[in-house]
Design a protein around this ligand. Structure first.
Ligand code: HEC
Ligand code: HEC
Length: 272
């Protein structure tokens, strides 16, 4: 709000100030106490449970070993780690990948079909309603259309990754949790192979993967990768075999394909 200083009152000052096109608001995780309505609370908390234990909750819709929070770290509540906080307030939204105005349900189903290599939820079914109820709660107090601090991921400028160096970094930095073949362990989910995200996933974009890895991996921050090392290891991971996404041919129907999104389909076999 623009405040009119005392003494400057003027007939025209009574007109409401024009809102800037976007507002920048601080990151804020709402407290559960804000879920006052008991029916709403049950729905939102069930939605949260699905996001945190996706495969156990919806085995028919998940085609890999990931859960939604495998990439949306700290259960989607960490700033600059693709948080779900504030997301609801930015939808509906035109997205170049689909070439249309997407509802939040479309965005959620994108991650089901690509990141989870699974099947879309019925847009008005109970599971989708509960997830949307939870995401709406996570936007409590965030004005519609606002830009929130900490939204998304800090994007790196593209660098050319080197596959050989990437293998070395993978072995020294990632295998202790993600396994020698990137297959996942009890400590961390798979990075490639039949149980990973498919080639159409956002993480399949080399810049997104490198940015995520640079800022957030290893998760215990025992080592810090340089930007170049993040691109090297992301190049290795994203050129390994993973499930295909045949509908990728329909992406970016009106152009606007971003740098780094060159679906890498490996010629190697996809072993289990
Ligand atoms: C393999 C990693 C991965 C997994 C698993 C994953 N996502 Fe995502 N998700 C992404 C990426 C990457 C983006 C795009 C973020 C960006 O570009 O800022 C994204 C974006 C989103 C967004 C939009 C966020 C925003 O603020 O615009 C929502 C909502 C979302 N995901 C929901 C889900 C749900 C629900 C699941 C589980 C069904 C899921 N995601 C699983 C990687 C993942
Ligand atoms: C200390 C253990 C640890 C190390 C080391 C580690 N990660 Fe992770 N990583 C995790 C965990 C745990 C998650 C999932 C977080 C969750 O479920 O809450 C994850 C998630 C991921 C994801 C998104 C989910 C997926 O499986 O696709 C990627 C990509 C990733 N890590 C890449 C890397 C890379 C590359 C390295 C090496 C530079 C690395 N990680 C090192 C623990 C680790």
């Amino acid at each position: 709000m623009l405040l009119v200083p005392a003494g400057s009152a003027h007939p025209q000052a009574a007109a409401p100030p024009r809102q800037p096109a976007t507002r920048r608001v601080p990151f804020r995780v709402p407290s559960e106490a804000e879920l006052r309505d008991s029916a709403y609370r049950i729905s939102a908390l069930r939605g949260r449970a699905i996001l945190l234990a996706t495969r156990d909750s919806l085995p028919h819709n998940v085609g890999n070993s990931l859960r939604c929070a495998s990439c949306h770290l700290d259960n989607g509540l960490r700033p600059n780690a693709m948080p779900w906080v504030g997301t609801y307030a930015r939808f509906p939204q035109y997205r170049a990948r689909s070439g249309k105005v997407d509802l939040i349900e479309d965005r959620i189903n994108d991650c089901f079909e690509r990141s989870m290599n699974g099947k879309a939820l019925a847009p008005s079914g109970r599971d989708m309603r509960d997830i949307v109820a939870y995401l709406a709660f996570l936007s409590n107090g965030i004005p519609v259309g606002a830009q929130m601090e900490g939204q998304g991921l800090a994007r790196l400028q593209p660098l050319n990754g080197d596959l050989k160096r990437g293998i070395g970094i993978f072995v020294s930095t990632c295998t202790r949790c993600h396994g020698a073949n990137g297959q996942g362990t009890a400590l961390a989910p798979p990075l490639w192979g039949a149980h990973s995200y498919n080639v159409g996933a956002g993480m399949g974009n080399i810049i997104t993967a490198a940015s995520f890895i640079h800022a957030l991996m290893p998760i215990d921050r025992a080592q810090r990768l340089t930007e170049q090392q993040a691109f090297d290891v992301a190049t290795y991971i994203n050129t390994r075999p993973r499930p295909d996404f045949p509908r990728k041919i329909h992406d970016w129907p009106k152009g606007g394909k971003p740098a780094g999104a060159d679906y890498h389909v490996s010629k190697e076999d996809l072993h289990d």
